[in-house]
Design a protein around this ligand. Structure first.
Ligand code: TYM
Length: 333
């Protein structure tokens, strides 16, 4: 990453299986575009992933697949820093220091913690609880200006700012306060089976979620089964959550506005519309599938990308880490 006066962007994604269309539209698609104008740092959040039980061999594979997927989605390691979180020790180090500035009460209010504890009542581990502190450290280590995420991460970003502010008050100016960067359209892609809940990797209903490496037939089949409403008219309106979600998806992959879409499907039923959305999504993702097949076969290249990313990211993060240790009064090595 060149040293310029460009603003710094940091974001991350968990390597818990193939990315969903929600991950892609809400985050990764924007990451690619931002590379041109910002100093971007993108991270595979494998340390976050173990807050939920993972099979070790699967986590290892999913981590390298996630690197390959980001490359396939257009993240360019010559333009951006791309790295695996656990390969840069600063993340674990800052996590501890920040956890001494995070409050029990504020962590208890995190909606993702509440949702995940309900989902895994037999494993409400401390990592699940302190997860937002690790995430705050990810962001603050790089003195990030902007954090491009989907709407579900907004609360974690607000907490990051609170923790940073509290630390700065206690120890003097140390961290830059980051701003969330949440797209106006597509920040919350909903389940195809329940337009009131977020599209998620772990949905039990296989028809609810599109995974970006799925083949064209599967993608089209899932869109054909998408839940809509009892009207027949394709228009963006209150109470038409299923159609609104499909219009958002279609708009994000084709660049068409809602008005364009309404005009295009005037006089057509939902069947035609759903088929068109499925085809557009599958065609949009075809280059990602092709690139993924090519890149994921080249294990040496992937390892080299990770090695370079770990080194570069640690070099940047270490600067903040040294400052933090000095500020809190740790003796030097
Ligand atoms: P994760 O892996 O759950 O999701 C990665 C990104 O995808 C977005 N996203 C969505 N956007 C729109 N619609 C959806 N249905 C949808 N589902 C997921 C998420 O908002 C996210 O931007 N904690 C983070 C990973 C992380 C991170 C960070 C992010 C770790 N450290 C530092 C930013 C900065 C997470 O679990 O994302």
């Amino acid at each position: 990453m060149e040293k310029t006066d460009k603003k710094v962007i940091l974001s991350g994604i968990q390597p818990t299986g193939t990315f969903t269309l929600g991950n892609y539209i809400g985050a990764v698609k924007n990451w690619r575009q931002l590379q041109e104008d910002y100093n971007c740092i993108y991270m595979i959040a494998n340390m976050h992933a173990i807050t939920v039980r993972q099979e070790p061999a699967a986590l290892r594979k999913n981590t390298m697949d996630a690197v390959a997927l980001l490359l396939a989605c257009g993240i360019d390691p010559d333009k951006s820093v791309l790295f695996v979180q656990s390969q840069n020790r600063c993340h674990a180090e800052l996590n501890w220091v920040l956890s001494c500035s995070a409050q029990f009460g504020e962590l208890s209010r995190m909606t993702q913690f509440k949702a995940k504890s309900e989902k895994h009542p037999d494993d409400i581990n401390a990592g699940l609880f302190t997860y937002p502190v690790l995430m705050a450290g990810d962001i603050l280590l790089y003195q990030s200006d902007l954090v491009p995420v989907g709407a579900d991460q907004k609360q974690h970003l607000e907490l990051t700012r609170d923790i940073a502010q509290r630390f700065n008050m206690k120890y003097g100016d140390t961290f830059k306060l980051p701003e969330p960067y949440i797209g106006e359209v597509g920040a919350r892609i909903m389940s195809l089976q329940d337009p009131f809940s977020k599209m998620s990797k772990s949905d039990e209903n296989v028809n609810a979620t599109i995974f970006i490496l799925e083949d064209k037939d599967t993608i089209i089949r899932k869109f054909k089964r998408a839940v809509t409403d009892s009207e027949t008219c394709v228009r963006y309106a209150q109470g038409k959550d299923g159609i609104n979600n499909l219009m958002t998806i279609y708009s994000c992959v084709t660049g068409k506005s809602y008005e364009d879409i309404e005009r295009e499907f005037e006089g057509h039923g939902y069947g035609d519309f759903k088929l068109a959305v499925g085809e557009a999504v599958a065609d949009h993702l075809q280059p990602v599938r092709d690139e993924f097949a090519r890149i994921s076969a080249d294990k040496e290249y992937l390892k080299e990308v990770c090695r370079k990313g770990a080194e570069l990211s640690e070099r940047i993060a270490r600067r903040t880490m040294s400052k933090v240790y000095r500020k809190v009064g740790f003796v030097e090595n």
